[in-house]
Design a protein around this ligand. Sequence first.
Ligand code: 2P0
Length: 325
Amino acid sequence: MFKGKARAYTNIALIKYWGKENQALILPKNNSLSLTLDGFYTETEVLFTEEATKDCFYLDGVKQSEQATKKVTTFLNLVRERANCPFFAVVRSHNHVPTAAGLASSASGLAALAGACNQALGLNLAPKELSKLARRGSGSACRSIFGGFVEWDRGDSDETSYALPIDAQGWEQELAMIFLLINDQPKDVSSREGMQRTVETSAFYPQWVKEAQADLHIAKEAIQHHDFQKLGTVMEANALKMHATTLAAVPPFTYWSPDSLRAMNLVRSIRQAGLFCYFTMDAGPNVKVLCQKKDIAAIFEVLSSTFSDQQMVVAYAGPGIELLE
Ligand code: 2P0
């Protein structure tokens, strides 16, 4: 019997990962940069045992369908092969999110699974190696191995594609992210499918790759100089460019809903009134607002005009993966 348990925090990309160079190895087209958060995390326990006759995956106590277990089994096959382990596994995951608002993240989930397997099978992977392993489960999971600001270097092979922390001298502790929870319906286009369709069909995709590289450079400069306006400006622009690529995909799609647009306009108006805050969006309608801790109360007050207290959740910079047993 081989057992391990880990907790990993979710991360939000300020410069997005959008598109794969290699689908099997999950190598991205461009580098990305994220902030790991403290508010949302996944705890996962894995047990490899000869008593199991197939892989079983429980999420928040509920046994998952074979379809939902597929991503987990694909990942388990990889670690079983690596560790020469012949056993099936029982995986129990708990998503700790403030509300059931569609924020369950494959980043924290697959990072926690990688950490739990690392421990269970005695792989003894150092963080960088663990990041490579987590990447094979879900691209963005490689960034959740580390806390604070993190850059995923796309690399060009399994060996060279991994995330590393960016030292911001603690500046990330001055920042906050307000989640505006807009809709908890399952999305029509998964991020995996959406990014692939965009790579293959969007006329804007080649330009995205160039822009992302340039944006990353600006974001790193901003972090180095603790320049909040510069970081927020490039983050917001990068998100808009990512979402623009989906409109030119064939068939086209968007993750925006009418409330997403209302939120984005509200953020712009708060900024025009002199309070600095910036939005980003991922593969769903929720809007995340990056701000400085000192401004949270004032920004909250304006957001309250449009969003209920239940729709607004604040998160701060969080730590890297934690082994729990
Ligand atoms: C990101 N997203 O950088 C981008 C922005 C969504 C929008 O990483 O196929 O679940 O498992 O590698 O990591 C979501 O994609 O995709 C994502 P796979 P993943 O956070």
